[in-house]
Design a protein around this ligand. Structure first.
Ligand SMILES: C[C@H](O)[C@H](O)[C@H]1CNC2=NC(N)=NC(=O)C2=N1
Length: 112
């Protein structure tokens, strides 16, 4: 079975259906320490990563930015001293898509 991080991100058209709560909860089982949050009715995938200082959090932020650029799919990243919080969702469909779970898995690999 293909590892989630190795799965191919499909171009997410604006006509794609966002995952339902049940589908998103099912996909969440493939990840650890991520949670589904909802802002303004939009489901998002979020996880905070701890670091020893700001420079380490910033380097992680840069690495996540690089995987986002490679995929053409971008998160919100809040970078602070000792911590970075990454939140993925698909803006075009105002919800969660398999792509968000793939990028979350890739984010975990960058944190290793
Ligand atoms: C034109 C550009 O490719 C699109 O706006 C991309 C950019 N990055 C994106 N990132 C995310 N998370 N969702 C999107 O819908 C999205 N669309």
């Amino acid at each position: 079975m293909t590892r989630l991080a190795d799965a191919i991100c499909e171009p997410c058209s604006k006509d794609a259906q966002p995952l339902s709560k049940d589908e998103a909860q099912e996909r969440l089982k493939s990840l650890s320490q991520w949670q589904i949050v909802e802002h303004d009715g939009i489901m998002k995938l979020s996880r905070s990563f701890k670091f020893r200082d700001f420079a380490s959090a910033l380097a992680f932020t840069q690495s996540v930015g690089e995987i986002a650029e490679q995929a053409g799919h971008h998160p919100v990243i809040v970078t602070e001293w000792g911590k970075a919080t990454v939140t993925w969702w698909s803006h075009a469909i105002k919800g969660l898509h398999l792509n968000d779970f793939i990028l979350a898995a890739r984010t975990d690999e960058v944190a290793e």
